[in-house]
Write a protein that binds this ligand. Structure first.
Ligand SMILES: Cc1cc2nc3c(=O)[nH]c(=O)nc-3n(C[C@H](O)[C@H](O)[C@H](O)COP(=O)(O)OP(=O)(O)OC[C@H]3O[C@@H](n4cnc5c(N)ncnc54)[C@H](O)[C@@H]3O)c2cc1C
Ligand code: FES
Length: 235
């Protein structure tokens, strides 16, 4: 059980929850969250938005029964957070682009922070795509060198991939596919990492619900991912 320290709206339907929990969460990992006894049956996977070792924060969109329950929780309440799970984004340096769409922006905040902390000489540019009200842009601007915001369009239109050594992306599969193709078509040298947020059940590699086809065979997004190399999934 973890104690909720904060849980508030940051934009239409998007909430930020901070919980007290000793952790060694890495950028791109996720937790299975649960704040109920029997129903809904499954815990819900949510990415690590931020972590300082003593607390973990989650940015979540309210879309259904589970996230509605999360939104109703008050500071001081308890929540079960199981994790961190998954591979996370790899360490990287050089000229780095982080490209997120919708809830896919969540894991990119910690990625920007950690990459800049580890390699202050590296450049970290963040591209954020929103279909509605933009959020937390100031926070991303503090973590990264440059933030480009796209509202209502295609964030993939805003990036010239040719200047980058590494591109990390999270968001709708179609967005990541288009970005990967843009890199290939442009002959970009960048190594591309994609975070596959497939529907999940167990979250620990046992049920195969989250299986995705890759060029190196079927992989479990929860255990072998969620972060995978772009060529494996879209190549
Ligand atoms: C590894 C991973 C990390 C994630 N990180 C975040 C995060 O940081 N913030 C966040 O808001 N969400 C994140 N998600 C998605 C989140 O898990 C779902 O939105 C949540 O489980 C929905 O639960 P619910 O009970 O509120 O909605 P449900 O009633 O279960 O579903 C409501 C609607 O959301 C859709 N939905 C549910 N899960 C997904 C999914 N994985 N992908 C696309 N559509 C889905 C359903 O099809 C349905 O239309 C992540 C998912 C994965 C697999
Ligand atoms: S969610 Fe069960 S194997 Fe991935």
């Amino acid at each position: 059980m973890a104690k909720i320290l904060e849980n508030h709206l940051v934009a239409d339907d998007f909430c930020l929850m901070k919980v007290e929990a000793d952790n060694d969460a890495k950028m791109g990992q996720f937790y299975m969250l649960r704040a109920w006894d029997k129903f809904p049956v499954l815990s819900r996977p949510i990415s690590v938005f931020d972590s300082d070792g003593k607390t973990v924060s989650f940015l979540y969109k309210v879309v259904g029964q589970g996230t509605e329950i999360f939104q109703s929780l008050q500071p001081g309440a308890d929540i079960t957070i199981d994790g961190p799970h998954g591979s996370g984004f790899p360490d990287a340096q050089g000229k780095i682009a982080l490209v997120g769409g919708g809830v896919g922006i969540a894991p990119l905040y910690l990625a920007a922070k950690r990459l800049k902390q580890a390699h202050p000489d590296s450049t970290v540019d963040v591209y954020l795509g929103f279909s509605g009200q933009p959020m937390l842009v100031d926070e991303y601007e503090q973590a990264a060198d440059k933030v480009t915001v796209n509202v209502g369009g295609f964030v993939t239109d805003d990036i010239d991939p040719t200047g980058y050594d590494v591109i990390m992306t999270c968001g709708p599969e179609i967005m990541m596919r288009v970005l990967y193709k843009k890199c290939v078509d442009a002959g970009a040298r960048a190594k591309v990492y994609v975070s596959m947020e497939n529907r999940m059940a167990c979250g620990i590699g046992a049920c195969l619900v989250c299986t995705c086809k890759t060029r190196s065979g079927n992989k479990r997004a929860c255990k072998d991912g969620p972060v995978m190399e772009g060529w494996e999934v879209f190549g």
